[in-house]
Design a protein. Structure first.
Length: 204
């Protein structure tokens, strides 16, 4: 039984190429050697501007992702998103208020399909975890924090503006569970429909 790793496996070869290309210096030459065995692995990355509600307040979130593209139309990667501005929550009986902050990230799957002209259809799924904190607005002291699972499917359109550069718009829904230790916050406060504007390099 062979004990080595076979470079004849196309999926494994692309993963190895992508990892080596991400490393600095002479290691990129190693990627070229792996690449000579078969097709070159491609990479893709995007910056995201996402709008949605948090605790019934409209907010803008900023994030991004990066990953490896297989067969030109399937991407496996990871990324994260965070609130650009905390959300003010109702005050306590003493009159001081609270601020809610949130961020999340995880594994990201993307699939693209061709449409007429320069348009591309895309579907995506983020599967991961989020973290939220509630701080006393007057003192800045943390009064609660919570980690929770998150699932966010999306569907949208992308327009190729130049070679591998795309601008996209998509709609999605952020699903959240198991929020129990945040004062004045429930899972419904963190769930929301969302709209996303993206700038992507790579992919179909």
């Amino acid at each position: 039984m062979p004990t080595g790793i076979s470079t004849g496996n196309p999926m494994l070869r692309k993963v190895v190429v992508g990892i080596l290309l991400a490393l600095p210096g002479p290691l990129s030459a190693q990627a070229a050697q792996v690449d000579s065995v078969g097709g070159r692995a491609e990479s893709a990355a995007a910056v995201l501007f996402k709008g949605g509600e948090v605790a019934d307040v409209g907010r803008l979130l900023l994030g991004g992702w990066a990953g490896l593209v297989f067969g030109e139309d399937f991407m496996l990667g990871g990324g994260g998103i965070t609130l650009l501005e905390e959300v003010e929550l109702p005050g306590s009986e003493s009159g001081s208020g609270f601020d809610l902050g949130m961020g999340y990230g995880g594994i990201i799957l993307k699939h693209w399909w061709d449409l007429p002209g320069r348009l591309t259809g895309e579907g995506g799924l983020l599967l991961g975890a989020g973290h939220a904190t509630v701080n006393d607005r007057r003192t800045g002291r943390e009064v609660g924090s919570e980690n929770f699972p998150i699932l966010e499917p999306e569907v949208g359109l992308a327009f190729r503006v130049f070679r591998r550069v795309h601008v996209g718009v998509s709609v999605g829904y952020r699903l959240v569970w198991s929020v129990e230790d945040l004062p004045r916050v429930s899972p419904d406060d963190l769930r929301s429909f969302s709209g996303t504007l993206s700038l992507r390099a790579g992919g179909r």
